[in-house]
Design a protein around this ligand. Structure first.
Ligand SMILES: [Mg+2]
Length: 228
């Protein structure tokens, strides 16, 4: 009997790749408008490289970019323009995938417990949930700050099961990253659902028990699981 659904956050609930791309684009446009001179395409590439190097939550990406591009001078007009442009686009782009909100409410009404396991730090994870207006929907949220471990380590998965007070066979894990979400769930004995709509790597074999292209397909999967 499935009593809990555990969700990954980035690229499962929100299109994080698109959000980041829109925010960077807008930040760069604002910096250009403030008078900074650079090639936009090269700049986008460089910003992505900095993120890949320093992590996706790195907060000083524009500082680094301006120092590199502007002869080692951190021009605060450029920096502030970039940050404001980035934030404006981010707020607009921070929306859940289609069907997510309505499906979560349906699941909650059915009495299912809802949890999140994310590799994002607590501050960023909760900011995203508040922007999405989903901060009161989940029973428990486990972030990388809570356990100090990243998926697929067993600690975050065990922690969410403990907090939700369900056993591994009573929970279903949904995520977009097979090596983290599916592998981690299977290692603690949880079945998993691959969110193919959030996959940007053209994954062929996710190793999940189920694959969905639309979030509301989760309703049928839970029905099927609970019939058998
Ligand atoms: Mg993800």
């Amino acid at each position: 009997m499935i009593r809990a659904l555990i969700l990954d956050l980035d690229n499962t609930i929100i299109d994080f790749v698109r959000l980041k791309r829109n925010a960077i684009d807008s930040g760069l446009s604002s910096m250009a408008e403030a008078g900074m001179i650079f090639d936009k395409e090269e700049a986008q590439k460089r910003i992505m490289e900095i993120y890949e190097e320093k992590g996706w939550e790195y907060q000083e990406v524009f500082n680094d970019f301006i120092l590199e591009t502007n002869n080692g001078i951190l021009d605060y007009k450029f920096l502030a323009s970039g940050i404001v442009g980035y934030r404006r686009a981010k707020e607009v782009s921070l929306v859940p995938y289609p069907q997510v909100t309505s499906t979560l409410f349906k699941l909650a009404k059915r009495g299912l417990k809802l949890g999140i396991v994310t590799d994002a730090p607590s501050r960023e994870a909760w900011l995203r949930l508040c922007y999405l207006n989903l901060h009161n929907v989940f029973d428990e949220v486990v972030t990388s700050t809570d356990t100090g471990k990243l998926k697929p380590a067993p600690e975050p998965f065990k922690e969410i099961l403990r907090r939700l007070q369900v056993s591994a066979d009573e929970a279903l894990m949904i995520g977009d990253w097979p090596e983290r979400d599916m592998v981690g769930a299977a290692a603690v004995g949880m079945k998993s659902v691959f969110a193919r709509y959030g996959d940007s790597f053209d994954t062929v074999d996710s190793g999940a028990d189920y694959v969905i292209d639309d979030f509301n397909e989760i309703l049928d999967i839970i029905d099927r699981e609970n019939e058998s």
